[in-house]
Design a protein around this ligand. Structure first.
Ligand code: DUC
Ligand code: ZN
Ligand code: ZN
Length: 486
């Protein structure tokens, strides 16, 4: 009779804070022992020469989701989750997106139905709130937070999604009270619209003008404003997909002042620039996302932000729109930059790219890599210690990483439902060999081993109201009133 279901031997284990040589024993989907000479197992994996890491958590991706202009993403929960698994991820957090007029409950039910029979990896759902009606704020959202939907994204731009500052204050205050996290897409809509109108009237339609219209100042102004609104009501806030230095600096300054402000960035801001939008013909449409990739100096600032505590989370913002009329060209074959579907894919390449260019080039330690790709997201989004950790009692979500495996990225080798990758031709060293979810092998020998629907919904835990994830700040202007305005 074997003591364990699975034993991973001879690997070098890395967490967000430690590294040690240890075998890992798994039973009933959980890690139950770490150490040497642990005993017998039904299956033994020899991880000699490999890194044994907590499974990746992609905390920002758009899967089987309709955009505000009602374009469906190319990936559903099956292809998206398979692609994520091949990229070393064991959990992802897509969105249940509310469009104006919809009830939140309805959009959550739809997303749950879509995921249930398809997702191969574990998943939670963030909400997108575009219509914060009284019913949403007073009934639906507090109930949904209790049911494990403990984070929501709001937009400061996109005509059909954006909320105003007053609505943002309502949402932030509600998040504070109920122990939830607000994520914000911070770009100033008026600035973008003002530039866009001027570009279009002068006949500047090409994809490269997308990057001109989404000026860095639109992002930095909105980021500073969002931080101030969060500060006013003493609420935590996470600024997603940060692309440029001034917004990054604003986050770091807020954090240095003790505010519970968090930052996320993505591969497109490390590996692409606005020059990519200027490729031949409509080729540039492949790189149109918001915020857009910037320049080399911005890339360096984002790398610095990964090291100096500006960013806690490194996500893909996988938003898959194919290079055809179902996606990028939904408005016709020769659209203006304004009509091109926004988003780039990246679920499967997120971790290898960061490992290859970050860890192997000496910009990040392996512990930082684990923190940025897994542990911090688990902590911030209410999944820790079940996820994001290699500790006794945690889910056995483990990625066995080959640090020497060199491959050239091509769309052919990826498992999403896209027809291009923005990283085509890049040489990348370090890929997952074996991916294990709750003790079950999901990927091995470049083959998928789990069935559709093997992934579980993750009911997340709200933070302690008003306190978590960081102690609430003493710097809130409203706090000094001594009145309960929140
Ligand atoms: N921008 C977003 O805000 N979401 C999806 C993709 C993108 O480019
Ligand atoms: Zn966004
Ligand atoms: Zn997004």
């Amino acid at each position: 009779m074997n003591q364990f279901d699975l034993l991973i031997k001879n690997g070098m284990v890395y967490t967000a804070v430690d590294s040690f040589e240890a075998d890992i024993a798994v039973k009933d989907g959980k890690i139950i022992a770490l150490g040497q000479n642990l005993g017998n197992a039904e299956r033994v994996i020899d991880a000699e020469g490999m890194l044994v890491l907590p499974g990746g958590i992609d905390a920002h991706c758009h899967i089987e989701q309709e955009s505000s202009t009602r374009i469906m993403t190319a990936d559903d929960f099956y292809s998206g989750s398979v692609s994520a698994a091949f990229g070393g991820n064991t959990t992802f957090l897509p969105f249940a997106a509310q469009h104006r007029g919809q009830s939140l409950r309805e959009v959550v039910d739809t997303a749950r139905d879509r995921a249930r029979t398809k997702s191969v990896i574990d998943y939670g759902l963030h909400l997108i709130i575009s219509d914060p009606t009284e019913k949403v704020l007073e009934e639906e959202l507090p109930a949904l937070i209790k049911e494990g939907y403990t984070s929501f994204k709001v937009y400061m731009t996109y005509e059909m999604l954006k909320i105003n500052d007053r609505e943002m204050l309502d949402i932030l205050a509600l998040a504070r009270k109920n122990g939830a996290m607000t994520m914000v897409h911070a770009e100033n809509n008026e600035v973008i619209t003002w530039i866009t109108e001027r570009l279009l009237t002068r006949g500047y339609h090409a994809p490269k003008f997308h990057a001109v219209s989404h000026a860095p100042i639109a992002e930095s102004e909105a980021s500073r404003r969002a931080i101030d609104l969060a500060r006013l009501v003493d609420a935590p806030l996470l600024i997603v997909h940060v692309s440029e230095p001034e917004a990054a600096r604003a986050i770091l300054e807020a954090r240095n002042n003790g505010l519970p402000i968090y930052g996320e960035t993505c591969p497109q801001y490390l590996f692409l620039t606005a020059e990519d939008l200027n490729k031949n013909g409509m080729e540039g449409a492949k790189y149109c996302c918001s915020p857009p990739p910037r320049d080399k100096a911005a890339q360096e600032a984002i790398w610095l932000g990964l090291r100096n505590g500006t960013f806690q989370v490194f996500s893909s913002d996988h938003a898959p729109y194919r290079f055809d009329e179902s996606g990028k060209f939904h408005a016709g074959a020769n659209p203006s930059f304004k009509q091109i579907a926004n988003g780039v894919p990246g679920l499967e390449t997120r971790m290898p790219l960061l490992f290859s260019e970050g860890v192997l080039k000496g910009r990040l330690t392996l512990n930082e890599f684990v923190a940025l790709t897994s542990t911090n997201a688990a902590r911030i989004y209410g999944l820790h210690p079940r996820k994001g950790s290699l500790a006794i009692g945690s889910d056995a979500d483990i990625t066995i990483w080959d640090p020497k495996w060199g491959r050239t990225i091509t769309q052919d080798m990826l498992h999403d439902n896209m027809d291009y990758t923005p990283y085509e031709g890049m040489e990348v060293t370090g890929w997952p060999r074996i991916v294990i979810i709750r003790g079950r092998v999901a990927v091995e020998e470049e083959t998928l081993k789990l069935d559709r629907g093997a992934g579980e919904f993750l009911k997340r835990t709200p933070a302690k109201p008003g306190l978590e994830p960081l102690p609430s700040s003493p710097l809130s202007p409203l706090r000094n009133f001594g009145a309960n305005l929140l």
